[in-house]
Ligand binder design. Structure first.
Ligand code: ZN
Ligand code: ZN
Length: 264
């Protein structure tokens, strides 16, 4: 049975400082979910736990009181509205969620590819595809070594332009198949979800093959996938469902490929 686009697990609201659309509220997000017939939607604002100390200079404002200010989330008969977050790993590979806070969230997205944040996720600015390829691999490897509840962890946008802007595909091309197989086998074994963030795949035709390769390998390794628009504004919600359907077709995803969050 074909994978059903019945959720969006990566959405920001005005609580994220990078969201500049005052209309991007939980109410709008719930309306979007209902309009598209989703059964689940998850709010995942940026989060760095104030209980986790970091050598990097994280912005204090994305602390727990800020991300939890959306609670209680609206509830609806058709749509389960989940409370999540998107966190990072600093340049020492310290993860931005403390052990006791894992229970506070339904779902935790970890970005291993915010490589544009020098001084935070990487010590120095990344200027070459080789450096970007190294960090892409190294961060994911480090995440997979952690003792965390992977059944509620999603790995964000593995092919985003944050890797190295216009040279992202060059960087990804440097990562051998064998490395990707090793990493994705481990993702599958641990049970982490792999995000399909449509914006990061639908670049031009020439780049599509390069951008889809990690996901085809992940699929072969039996990884499970979730859909995430990573919408920061209402206009980004508009085409999300259509893009989800497109990527489901491209990867020929089946319902058995779906990442399922544990039910409460
Ligand atoms: Zn992100
Ligand atoms: Zn995001």
């Amino acid at each position: 049975m074909r994978y059903i686009a019945d959720h969006d697990f990566h959405i920001h609201s005005t609580v994220s400082s990078c969201c500049h659309d005052a209309a991007q509220t939980p109410e709008t997000i719930l309306k979007y979910a209902k309009k598209n017939g989703y059964s689940k939607v998850c709010l995942t604002n940026h989060f760095w736990d104030e209980n986790v100390s970091s050598e990097a200079e994280w912005i204090e404002e994305h602390n727990y009181s800020r991300v939890s200010s959306v609670l209680p989330l609206l509830q609806d008969d058709q749509v389960a509205f989940l409370f999540g977050c998107e966190t990072d790993m600093d340049f020492n590979n310290v993860l931005g969620v403390s052990r006791e806070r894992f229970d506070c969230f339904d779902f935790i997205i970890v970005s291993t590819t915010h490589l544009h944040l020098s001084g935070h996720t990487v010590r120095n600015e990344i200027t070459s595809p080789a450096q970007a390829a190294f960090h892409w691999t190294d961060k994911l490897e480090n995440l997979l070594c952690k003792d965390i509840p992977f059944h509620k962890i999603g790995i964000a946008h593995l092919t985003t332009g944050h890797i190295l802007k216009s040279r992202t595909t060059e960087a990804l091309s440097l990562i051998p198949d064998a490395t990707m197989y090793d990493l994705f086998k481990e993702c599958a074994r641990k049970g982490a979800g792999i995000e399909l963030n449509v914006k990061t795949i639908n670049m031009n035709e020439a780049e599509k093959e390069i951008l889809l390769r990690p996901y085809f390998i992940a699929k072969e390794c039996s990884c499970k996938f979730y859909l995430g628009s990573d919408a920061h504004k209402t206009s980004a919600l508009d085409g999300a469902k259509e893009n989800f359907e497109d990527v489901i077709d491209k990867l020929n995803l089946q319902e058995s490929d779906k990442f399922l969050l544990p039910t409460k």
